[in-house]
Every structure is written in structure tokens, then in C-alpha cells.
Design a protein around this ligand. Structure first.
Ligand code: TXA
Ligand code: MG
Length: 334
């Protein structure tokens, strides 16, 4: 398949190019699009054949459901059969933005999208290009992150090109994703509001609007969010998430091969490469997936990365870092 790569400036959208992309979606093709969290690989949510192509292009297990992306809050009604008042409040407060809500699905939502579950996950992105494409397509767009299954989510069009060239109809380059980590996924189908995947919108922020909210805790044991049982974001290097950088030098010196560090405002380290995660948690979040890909490209064998505090987007960062490290921390280093 010949993949068309186009550039659209989020601040000055070329509606002719959007119309071409929307035509691909309407005809059942695949379009990788920028969003404020990460790039998504989109297809018409109501076209089961198109949705199947997403799974094939990514190598994604069929039991892992997809998020449907909409352009207006009212479109939720096309997908969900029940909208509890607290869900309505959350959508009004946080959309467009990095919040995905799980609701009971309408029977019209194809089983391919929901992976056979009775629920549907829905998000309204804030990104201008995603918004324009969904609107022009006239249908909700089912979109997982636009990476091959098992690689880090893409935060640049280059990442989509590396993973999906030749496997999708179009890749829209809209620059780098502002947030850099995937959306917060919140389950609103049970009595208790539960965060299944932490993101830029925190459980505390959700509790303020919904009245109550718990953090889903152990995904591995209770994979309500099916994607959570799969290993993600695993670089080739052996990764350690560092609660403290106290033992960093010792660990780096003890290790052969190519060593690297990821830290905010990094000092000098005895490593072959020191990756700068920027000055704060937001820059760290925006750069993490990019840096994990860089580490692979640079042939890094041993990578240690600072595990930040859990305030704000820190909780999401910790979650992704611990996954990349396969749970290994400086405590478990021996
Ligand atoms: O920020 C994001 O959410 C990005 C952009 C493209 O919107 N999308 C994304 O999609 O990260 P994906 O497919 O890579 O991750 C979606 C996660 C998966 O872990 C999946 O299992 C879970 O959400 N999920 C989707 N629908 C669900 C449902 N009905 N019930 C439980 N979990 C669901
Ligand atoms: Mg993903």
C-alpha cells in the first residue's frame, strides 16, 4: 500500500487536505492523525471492515477495544445508550481534552470497536486537526495510538511513518503532540467511578467534578481495561525506573554496553548518553515516548530514568515509566 504523507498546520488548517483525509475515512480507509495526547490511527467507527484494518495494521490483539473520537459532545448519543449525569458533567468540563469516558454502548456500535464488550469508550480531542477531520468525516473515528503494537505511542508524525508506512492510507503530520501521554480512561458504567489508565487529567480532578473517583490500582490483576494486560512501551534496553538517583552512578558504572540516563535538568552522569527530559513534569511527559524511541535508535543497552513524584501528570508518567521498566526500580536492582 502506498501511504500518502501530508502536512497540516494546526494553526492554519488547509480544508482541502482535510476533505481528502475525510474522504479516505468515509470510504473505509485508515488515516493517522495528530491529537493533543498522541497520534491516533483512525477509521470510521461504524464500518466494521475499516475497523478490522486498524487491528491488522498495528498487529493489535482483537480483544483490545478502541476509543471512538467525536467532534461535538452531542455525538456521544450515537455511541452510548446511557449517559449518567456525572458523565455529562465530566464531558462538559474536560472536553475537548485528554479524557476518555467508558459508557454502556448502543447496539449499533460494531463489536470490532468494543472488542465484544458491552461498553464503548469515547473521547473528544482538543486538537484542531483531529477536530476538523472528525467533523468533515461526519462519523465518529475509532483510533488507537498510531504505533505498532508493542512500540511507544507516537508523539511525532515521524514515529507513525516509522511504524506504519505502507500499512495505512494516509499519515497527517500536524507537529508534535503537546501532552505526549495517552488520555485518562475513566469507567462510568459502575457505581464507583474508576480511573483505568492515568493521564493528564488526574483522579483528583475527576473526583472534583464526578463527586468521587478511585484510581484503578492493579491493572495486571484486574484488566478491566483490556489493553493494560499487554506489555507496552518496552524499549530494547534494560530499563530501571529510579525512585532516587542516589545509586545512579554506581549502577551506570557497574554496567557494560551503552548506558543512558533520562532526567529532568540532568546533572553530569557517568553514562554514554544523558537525555534531557526538560525542566518539569509536563516537558518530561511530552518527551518520554520520543526519548524511549531515541534510546532504541541510539543502541542503548542500559537505561535509567527518574521516576517523578505523582502529583499532576506525574501519576501518568510513573505508570508509563514503570511499564517501560517492566516494574524494575532502583530498589529491585541487585
Ligand atoms: O490519548 C489517547 O487515548 C489516544 C489518542 C489517539 O486518542 N488513544 C489511545 O488508544 O491511547 P489505545 O487504543 O492505544 O488505548 C486505549 C485504551 C486501551 O488500553 C483499551 O484497552 C482501553 O483504552 N479501552 C478502550 N475501550 C475500552 C472499554 N470499552 N472498556 C475498557 N477499556 C477500554
Ligand atoms: Mg496504544
Amino acid at each position: 500500500m502506498n501511504t500518502r504523507i501530508i502536512k497540516i498546520d494546526p494553526d492554519n488548517i488547509d480544508m482541502n487536505l482535510i476533505a481528502e483525509a475525510a474522504e479516505i475515512v468515509r470510504r473505509g480507509g485508515l488515516v493517522a492523525m495528530p491529537t493533543e495526547t498522541v497520534y491516533g490511527l483512525g477509521a470510521d467507527s461504524f464500518n466494521p471492515e475499516a475497523v478490522k484494518k486498524i487491528f491488522a495494521a498495528k498487529g493489535r490483539p482483537a480483544d483490545n477495544p478502541l476509543i471512538s473520537h467525536i467532534a461535538e459532545i452531542g455525538e456521544v448519543e450515537r455511541l452510548a445508550r446511557e449517559i449518567p449525569p456525572r458523565a455529562q458533567r465530566l464531558m462538559e468540563h474536560f472536553w475537548g481534552g485528554p479524557l476518555t469516558v467508558i459508557l454502556k454502548k448502543r447496539p449499533e456500535v460494531p463489536a470490532e470497536v468494543s472488542a465484544g464488550l458491552d461498553t464503548v469508550s469515547i473521547r473528544m480531542p482538543s486538537h484542531s486537526v483531529a477536530h476538523a477531520l472528525i467533523k468533515a468525516s461526519g462519523t465518529p473515528i475509532a483510533a488507537p495510538s498510531a504505533n505498532l503494537s508493542g512500540s511507544p505511542s507516537p508523539t511525532l508524525a515521524e514515529h507513525c511513518i516509522a511504524d506504519l508506512s505502507g500499512r495505512v492510507d494516509m499519515i497527517i503530520d500536524g507537529g508534535s503532540s503537546l501532552i505526549g501521554l495517552e488520555s485518562t480512561v475513566v469507567d462510568l458504567t459502575a457505581e464507583v467511578v474508576t480511573v483505568l489508565r492515568p493521564g493528564a487529567i488526574t483522579a483528583e480532578q475527576i473526583a472534583e467534578i464526578a463527586g468521587d473517583c478511585i484510581y484503578g490500582g492493579n491493572y495486571a490483576e484486574a484488566p478491566k481495561c483490556p489493553g493494560m494486560k499487554y506489555t507496552h512501551y518496552s524499549p530494547r534496553a534494560e530499563v530501571f525506573a529510579m525512585k532516587s538517583m542516589e545509586n545512579a552512578e554506581e549502577m551506570l558504572k557497574a554496567h557494560g554496553g551503552k548506558t543512558a540516563v533520562i532526567d529532568m535538568n540532568p546533572k553530569r552522569y557517568a553514562a554514554d548518553i544523558v537525555y534531557d527530559a526538560g525542566p518539569d513534569l509536563n516537558s518530561y511527559a511530552a518527551r518520554l515516548f520520543y526519548l524511549l524511541r531515541r534510546a532504541d535508535e541510539d543502541g542503548v543497552d542500559f537505561l535509567i530514568a527518574r521516576l517523578p513524584e505523582s502529583e499532576g501528570i506525574g501519576a501518568a508518567l510513573r505508570n508509563r515509566l514503570l511499564k517501560a521498566a517492566g516494574g524494575r526500580t532502583d530498589d529491585s536492582y541487585a
